[in-house]
Design a protein around this ligand. Structure first.
Ligand code: AVJ
Length: 345
């Protein structure tokens, strides 16, 4: 790591950005073995119906499109969660006191600023551990944050949630809060969700906190509009996955031969996003030595986005020893934010 030269800048070396930033790249053992790369794609496309994990949405273009989705009039999620956080961030800081903030899937850290502001206002020390698969995103958002919060320390972890959670070092402040906001939990099937919550509790000490943001069940027309916006940004986001796969695995998907399809599955309480093949066709992903046949109208499911019931998610959390201390929602009860404290059974 480079250190700033004393006298070279107006910033004292104690507060210089270099001294307050560390980025640790975690290596995924299975990714080092090259045969592991893309095995999730091979597996998903061999299933009926075909699926591809939603993490393939997020190349640079996909991350940019997602930021645009968050601004759409139909996409109430980000706006609603931000409003809730604006109202309750001070209360969260007052409950936890001095606290390390660990954030899963930090992205551009926009909503996190509301939390950092609250801790800073109460004169509490600021230590932030963002976890994201994109080291580039971690670095650029950390540098912006460090510029705006002169006493902030950032210890960023580049890697999967699973790996980062299993490798967290002992905390340096009196407690810790793992934040998983943005309703990303909705991408996990119930069984995967169960495993994920176990990974959370394995990473927490007794008395530490878990902050969870989730999208709630609501009328179908509101949900379907949020995933079928009039400007077609969500369609572009969905179709971009094919461009991403082409680039990563030397593929020949023709995105003009697929269409965006999103609907609310009321039995499973989940939005499903699919890409529908407009005709029968064969696609090749050379780097995976894979040829895939599509029938006309056959789909690839690219995402589930589950919509939760506040009571039943609280039961699930309690069963894991994650005891809800406080639950916040908006005036329509469209989105929920839960602050849980870990008390192992
Ligand atoms: C980032 C998983 C919360 O499910 O609403 C937005 C992703 N997909 N529009 C969601 C998404 C389509 C988003 N999450």
């Amino acid at each position: 790591m480079t250190r700033s030269q004393p006298g070279n800048s107006g910033i004292s070396s104690q507060h210089s950005i270099e001294n307050r930033l560390q980025i640790q790249r975690l290596l995924e053992p299975t990714l080092i073995i090259s045969s592991g790369v893309g095995s999730d794609v091979v597996q998903g496309l061999a299933q009926t119906p075909k699926t591809i994990p939603p993490r393939y949405f997020y190349d640079d273009r996909g991350s940019e499109l997602f930021e645009q989705i968050c601004e759409l009039p139909e996409y109430y999620l980000t706006r609603t969660e931000t409003k809730i956080l604006q109202n309750c961030a001070c209360e969260i800081a007052a409950i936890t006191g001095a606290c390390e903030i660990v954030e899963l899937g930090s992205g551009s850290s926009t909503k996190t600023r509301l939390l950092l502001d609250a801790y800073q206002q109460q004169g509490l020390p600021l230590r932030y551990l963002p976890i994201d698969v994109s080291a580039g995103m971690l670095e650029s958002s950390a540098i912006q944050l460090l510029g705006d919060y002169p006493s902030l320390q950032v210890y960023a972890l580049a890697g999967t949630y699973e790996l980062a959670l299993s490798q967290l070092e002992p905390r340096q402040l009196p407690t810790r809060m793992i934040c998983f906001i943005g309703s990303t939990l909705g991408n996990l099937h119930p069984q995967e969700c169960n495993v994920f919550l176990s990974q959370i509790t394995a990473a927490l000490q007794a008395g530490e906190y878990f902050l969870l943001g989730i999208d709630l069940q609501k009328p179908k027309h509101i949900l379907e509009a949020a995933y079928n916006d009039a400007q077609g940004v969500t369609a572009a986001f969905n179709l971009n996955m094919l461009e991403h796969l082409n680039w990563r695995f030397a593929g020949n998907f023709d995105p003009t031969q697929f269409t965006h399809w999103a609907f609310y599955n009321e039995t499973a309480h989940q939005i499903e996003m699919h890409l529908k093949s407009e005709r029968s066709q064969t696609v090749e992903l050379s780097a995976l030595k894979l040829k895939v046949n599509f029938e006309s109208d056959e789909t690839i499911r690219t995402e589930i986005s589950r919509k939760f019931n506040l009571n039943s998610i609280q039961q699930d959390l309690k069963a894991k020893g994650l005891i809800p201390r406080k639950v916040w929602t908006d005036e329509n009860q469209w989105f929920g934010l839960l602050l849980c404290q870990f008390h192992p059974a």
